[in-house]
Design a protein around this ligand. Structure first.
Ligand SMILES: C[S@@+](CC[C@H](N)C(=O)[O-])C[C@H]1O[C@@H](n2cnc3c(N)ncnc32)[C@H](O)[C@@H]1O
Length: 273
């Protein structure tokens, strides 16, 4: 049985390292100066080019926007630069302080707040848009975090929500039995996400010292669509591809446009309340 208090504490501890640090170290722009951060952001949006398609940056000027799960803060800062009235929320002080640092360096406005996606510390209908990429599947209660996103959106407002796919080619090839059992459970009406063991979690999220994220669940497109039923409009896209020693030699841009769109490791839901 999952103990939420312990998981929250573990998440707070694990994510202190600021997600993205591994890539920043690898490419040599892990400094805390404006130039290193700018280099990281350029790399980030080149590496995940579909983010510009799934987040409506150019429609958010003057809108109250909440990002949940900040990591390196590239999306938050891009939202602020696009003119959004930005609030960033994260369970761990590491990413919260990092966002404060980078916003003060660049002089872009916005606030960063510590708190959980499972109890968003804002009243009902506080926001015009929510962006949450790669966060809600770590919380321990995906359904509750989705209902929190719904609660803080005003009527007619939208959100971009990314969670990991249970039915990517990675999952089918490496864990065919688990994936088959999970798909069968969804077919028989269950919305319960699939919690991953140590190996599965390590493939998605490990820190630079090799520690593994305390909690990761994956979900199928069908189950996610059911969880998102409280929203009036929803479209779910598949995106992203895993690193691979052989297939990885194919240009990433090609892989994203073919493999990523069909079997992608991530599910991007674009929804409206
Ligand atoms: C994999 S990182 C994603 C960061 C960023 N959105 C990105 O795409 O690079 C997950 C982020 O979610 C945050 N997080 C984990 N559990 C959370 C929770 N219960 N509430 C709020 N944030 C949480 C972590 O601290 C971390 O910053």
């Amino acid at each position: 049985m999952l103990d939420q208090t312990i998981l929250d504490a573990d998440n707070r501890q694990f994510w202190q390292h600021v997600c993205g640090t591994k890539a920043a170290k690898l490419y040599g722009f892990d400094g805390d100066d404006a130039q290193s951060i700018g280099n990281f952001d350029r790399w980030f949006f080149d590496y995940y080019p579909y983010l510009r398609r799934f987040i409506p940056f150019n429609q958010l000027a003057g809108r109250r926007v909440l990002e949940i799960g900040l990591g390196y803060g590239s999306v938050s800062e891009a939202l602020s630069r696009a003119g959004a009235i930005l609030t960033g929320l994260d369970i761990s002080p590491g990413p919260v302080n990092w966002l404060r640092h980078r916003l003060s360096l660049s002089g872009t406005p916005g606030e960063a707040v510590e708190g959980s996606a499972l109890a968003i510390p804002f009243p009902d209908e506080s926001f015009d848009y929510v962006v949450t990429i790669g966060c809600l599947h770590h919380t321990g209660d995906l359904m509750k975090s989705i209902s929190e996103v719904h609660r803080v959106l005003r009527k007619g407002a939208g959100a971009t929500i990314m969670v990991y796919s249970a039915t990517s080619h990675l999952r089918w090839l490496k864990y065919p039995t688990d994936t088959f059992r999970y798909v069968r459970s969804v077919a028989s009406g269950s919305d319960k996400p699939l919690p991953l063991g140590k190996d599965g979690r390590a493939e998605f999220d490990a820190d630079p010292d090799g520690n593994i994220a305390p909690e990761v669940v994956v979900v199928s497109k069908t189950a996610l669509a059911r969880m998102l039923r409280p929203f009036s409009v929803q479209k779910i896209h598949r995106a992203n591809v895993p690193d691979h020693p052989i297939i990885g030699r194919i240009p990433r841009a090609w892989r994203l446009e073919s493999e990523g769109r069909i079997f992608g490791t991530d599910l991007y839901a674009i929804v409206k309340k």
